[in-house]
Design a protein around this ligand. Structure first.
Ligand code: SAM
Length: 309
């Protein structure tokens, strides 16, 4: 079934939309849930929808065709937004949105390799044109490097043992999602010390997906460009599902909103740093009880936003 419930929809609409008839960029348009709601809320708004995943874009195009030329799509990595805007001669945006990670549509398609519960190849690429699959990653990394990825991106306590077993088994057989899941489940299992409320393979799969798609690198790159992409008064909104992503966003916001960093006893500013953006969410916005019940995916979502000064 082709579906994905957009998270924190009311909150996104309130913050993302800053000007009637404005120009908005959805950097992770997916199946177009958030964009559709914005186009309905403001009948004059225009949206550029970007996604790395051509399959998702095809569905979004079909779903949102009623809006005609008010929405147009580009298949690309959001780290390239500045270039896309230059190539298409687009104005600075009245709002940016990044709803990070993958959609339920991608997760539920076994052939994409994202799910530990569905049989499929160890692919995990959002963009099928990149060469790096999760399988190649496992093949090319040393046990130590693989363990670091599982530890850092998955915050998995048993990373070393898991990495060792994955490498050992991958030399004996071709791994797929279910085989990988079984290997991990033999190492990470609920016992008296570990009260697991998630599937044992969740953290390792998440880590491999983040590494395969270079998700944190892409996020850091787009954060560097964010102030240049916005008109004065425009907002940029991020929804993250991982503590590392949230920390990266929080640090970027702190940096933008800080202003002069010269020591207090300097007679005048020499750092030339000025406040570029205003923090709209000192504390991240999270899903309310009702949404968390209706859409389990929303439980780990954190929304942060800034306003261009
Ligand atoms: C959580 S889904 C977005 C769902 C969307 N907001 C909706 O309501 O349908 C995240 C989407 O971002 C895309 N994505 C993730 N990283 C990306 C990147 N660096 N560049 C472009 N798209 C990316 C994924 O392919 C996926 O379709």
């Amino acid at each position: 079934m082709l579906h994905h419930i957009p998270v924190l929809l009311t909150e996104v609409l309130t913050i993302w939309h800053t000007k009637k008839g404005g120009f908005y960029i959805d950097g992770t348009v997916g199946l177009g849930g958030h964009s559709e709601a914005l186009l309905k809320k403001d009948p004059e708004a225009q949206v550029l929808g970007i996604d790395r995943d051509p399959q998702s874009l095809e569905i979004a195009k079909e779903r949102l065709k009623e809006f005609g030329s008010r929405i147009f799509f580009v298949q690309d990595n959001f780290k390239n937004i500045k270039k896309i805007m230059k190539d298409l001669k687009l104005p600075k945006a009245n709002g940016l949105l990044f709803d990070l990670g993958i959609s339920s549509f991608q997760l539920e398609d076994g052939a994409r390799g994202f799910s530990f519960q569905r049989a499929g190849p160890l692919d995990m690429r959002m963009d099928p044109d990149i060469n790096q699959t999760a399988e190649n990653l496992i093949r090319d990394l040393s046990i130590k490097e693989l363990a670091e990825i599982i530890q850092n991106f998955g915050e998995e306590k048993r990373a070393k043992k898991i990495a060792f077993e994955i490498k050992r088994q991958s030399l004996k057989m071709k791994l797929n999602t279910l085989k990988l899941s079984q290997i991990i489940s033999k190492i990470v299992h609920p016992n008296k010390n570990q009260n697991l409320s998630i599937h044992p393979a969740t953290r390792t799969f998440q880590a491999l997906r983040i590494a395969t798609n270079k998700e944190l690198e892409n996020l850091k790159l787009i954060l560097k460009e964010t102030p240049d992409l916005l008109q004065a008064g425009a907002h940029s909104v991020w929804i993250s599902f991982h503590s590392l992503e949230d920390r990266i966003i929080k640090n970027a916001i702190r940096d933008w909103t800080q202003g002069c960093i010269c020591p207090k006893d300097f007679p005048q500013c020499v750092c030339q740093k000025h406040k570029e953006l205003f923090d709209l969410t000192r504390k991240a916005i999270v899903a309310g009880e009702k949404e968390a019940l209706q859409n389990p995916r929303s439980r780990s979502a954190k929304l942060r936003a800034v306003e261009k000064i």
